[in-house]
Design a protein around this ligand. Structure first.
Ligand code: ADP
Ligand code: MG
Length: 235
């Protein structure tokens, strides 16, 4: 067993630089971003469109790789993992939620939630359905389990996506504008779900344009032009 000091950050970016090759040449999107998020924090990332917020989240989830610098999540140097190991690592350690839900349209809600379990093998095959149902109960849509995503409202689909993100009980939940496609009331309900996850000890990082919501997270990181412009902590 590994013993680490309790001050070990859950998420750490060290001088992360990311550039893309474009027709117009190399474009720098993240410019030496360094960041530490301790376990159990609720962080919102805000900033103008195109400032690098999604790219930053993609570094944390390993969906994209830094050009230079290091990404260490729960003590694991993510930038060093091969594609194959990375997908499995992500399945166990980070739950990702998107603006447009990204549920698979031909699978039922229950099957969507079970998919990451099948992939990672954290739960035994015979336990998976029961665990998925428990998660759907937790997000309040157990009665929708056997429907296809298209039969659900946006808010219900996002609840399903949250249940899917929780499938393998990851310590970190990341959302890229998870309330961006929901009406205010539904956004509030989804946000309350993130608060509940933080209360359970999860580390939650969301990108949001909604200042009414970002003001309710413990920490607000302002991104501007690929840099951390301001790192605002409450309490
Ligand atoms: P945000 O989420 O803050 O709106 P992004 O992180 O999506 O911003 O993008 C930041 C900048 O990087 C934008 O100018 C975008 O056009 C550019 N960008 C993102 N992904 C790519 C890519 N794969 N190739 C080229 N440019 C990209
Ligand atoms: Mg974005």
């Amino acid at each position: 067993m590994e013993i680490r000091p309790s001050t070990q950050p859950q998420i750490e970016l060290r001088d992360v630089f990311k550039s893309y090759a474009t027709g117009a040449g190399e474009v720098a999107v993240l410019k030496d971003v360094s960041l530490q998020v301790p376990p159990g924090d609720f962080v919102s990332i805000v900033g103008p469109s195109g400032s690098g917020k999604s790219t930053m989240l993609n570094m944390i989830t390993g969906i994209d790789h830094p050009t230079r610098g290091e990404v260490v999540i729960g003590g694991q140097a993510v930038h060093e993992l091969s594609e194959n190991r990375l997908a499995r690592w992500r399945g166990k350690h980070v739950g990702v939620i998107f603006q447009f839900f990204q549920l698979l349209p031909t699978l039922t809600i229950l099957e969507n939630v079970m998919l990451p379990m099948d992939f990672c093998g954290v739960y035994k095959r015979r336990e998976r359905k029961g665990h998925a149902m428990k998660l759907l109960e937790q997000v309040g849509i157990a009665d929708q389990a056997h429907k296809l995503p298209s039969a659900l409202s946006g808010g219900q689909q996002q609840r399903a996506a949250i249940a899917r993100a929780l499938a393998n009980d990851p310590p970190i939940i990341v959302g890229d504008e998870p309330t961006g496609n929901l009406d205010t009331q539904t956004a509030d309900a989804v946000f309350a779900m993130f608060l509940a996850l933080v209360a359970q000890g999860k580390t939650v990082v969301i990108v949001t344009h909604d200042t009414a919501l970002s003001e309710r997270t413990g920490r607000v990181i302002h991104i501007r032009d690929g840099r951390v412009d301001r790192d605002q902590r409450r309490n």
